[in-house]
Design a protein around this ligand. Structure first.
Ligand SMILES: *Cc1c(COP(=O)(O)O)cnc(C)c1O
Length: 246
């Protein structure tokens, strides 16, 4: 078991994870905020790394490509992990994603809301027929673009917050968790995340329980915590530099 318990890779991941966790608690203390949930983004890294992380106490992992996520989630089915889908999602992948995903952080249009609702219904029909336990509601985070100029990183326009929130609320099988954004390149993450918290307030005006704010990556977790993030999505600072995409 070259990549298992006690391996060099385990020691590496353990040290990086410990460093990230102490950054998170220092930032939460400094900002006088509760510590957010940590989602470790494992995209491009092998299932063996995810297994090691689970052994180190990680409970939530993030992936951005369905094919890769479906394989890893299938291989690691026995582990107590929640899988968060954080990438751009095509409607034709909804059926696959709801097989393994606890949440989707990239809900940015009403056609995707409809596809996810339909997919949860179909998935539960399939499970019922197979005598399997039904899946729970899918947690949906509305993703917003915080770019001032039209950007390429995905996300709805802030002006669509209420209508998208209402679409999720009206769809069986989905739970409105909250909001998500990626800070725009070359702009102040602190300002971007403050903007996201304003959008969060308008979503909470529609549904008070939709309090989740998914914000903060390796480079800007401190700013996200200061602004009020509840969920961080951290990849490279836990796993190391991402391998070249093969
Ligand atoms: C890759 C990715 C992350 C993690 O980014 P790091 O900079 O590696 O921490 C977070 N959110 C999204 C949407 C991503 O695609």
């Amino acid at each position: 078991m070259p990549d298992g318990a006690g391996s060099a890779r385990e020691q590496d991941l353990e040290a990086r994870l410990r460093a990230v966790r102490s950054r998170i608690s220092a930032a939460a203390t400094a900002a006088d905020r509760p510590e957010p949930h940590l989602i470790v983004v494992t995209k491009y890294f092998p299932a063996s790394d995810v297994r090691i992380l689970a052994g180190l106490g990680v409970t939530d992992v993030g992936e951005n490509r369905d094919q890769e996520a479906a394989l890893k989630a299938g291989e690691l089915e026995a582990l107590p992990l929640s899988w968060h889908f954080i990438g751009q999602l095509q409607t034709n992948k909804a059926k696959s994603v709801v097989r393994y995903a606890h949440s989707v952080h990239s809900v940015d249009r009403s056609s995707l809301v409809a596809a996810l609702g339909k997919a949860v219904g179909a998935e539960n029909g399939r499970r019922a027929e197979a005598g399997m336990e039904l899946r729970g509601e899918l947690d949906c985070y509305l993703q917003f673009t915080l770019e001032t100029a039209p950007g390429s990183r995905g996300g709805a326009q802030p002006v669509d917050a209420e209508s998208l929130a209402e679409a999720v609320l009206a769809t069986e099988g989905l739970r409105l968790a909250g909001v998500m954004a990626v800070a725009p390149l070359g702009a102040s993450p602190a300002e971007a995340f403050e903007r996201l918290l304003e959008i969060s307030a308008s979503v909470r005006a529609v549904e008070p329980s939709a309090t989740a704010v998914s914000a903060g990556m390796s480079g800007d977790l401190e700013e996200a915590i200061a602004a009020g993030a509840t969920h961080l999505r951290i990849g490279s600072d836990v796993l190391g530099p991402r391998p070249a995409v093969g």
